[in-house]
Design a binder for this molecule. Structure first.
Ligand code: 2BA
Length: 109
């Protein structure tokens, strides 16, 4: 068994949730915050059998898309803070950041 952890944009979260449910996958949604943009995103915890991991990855890929977002960093990304002038910069966020972890034990009481 594996635990798929997927960080997705809030705009994609309902669609992904519906698609997972439609394909009979169970998931838990957590409200999360990106460390860089400091804005809300959604983290899915999805417990799946090994043979279903690629199906879940396909569903995530099909339901999450990348978007450009403007951000004004509060501190420099590198280098000297003395001469730092905060210019907005554009970053591409997502589709999804996904981790697949092995599960040692699974209990459902
Ligand atoms: P955030 O940390 O808010 O990052 C949002 C987007 O900002 C990132 O999109 C990336 O394009 C950009 N970004 C992040 N750190 C940067 C930096 N130091 N310099 C320049 N640009 C930077 P994604 O890579 O698609 O990540 C979306 C969200 O997924 C992240 O939100 C974070 O919540 C999560 N994430 C990404 N990589 C992760 C990792 N290695 N571990 C844990 N969570 C991760």
């Amino acid at each position: 068994m594996k635990l798929v952890i997927a960080v997705v944009q809030d705009q994609d979260s309902n669609r992904l949730s519906n698609a997972l449910t439609k394909h009979n996958f169970r998931a838990t949604k957590l409200a999360s915050t990106g460390g860089f943009l400091r804005s809300g995103n959604t983290t899915f915890l999805i417990g799946v059998d090994d043979q279903d991991v690629s199906k879940v990855l396909d569903i995530i890929r099909d339901n999450c898309r990348a978007r450009e977002q403007m951000v004004t960093p509060v501190s420099p990304l590198g280098g000297n803070a003395d001469s730092y002038i905060p210019y907005p910069l554009e970053v591409e966020v997502g589709g999804a950041t996904v981790f697949v972890l092995p599960i040692e034990e699974f209990h459902h009481f």
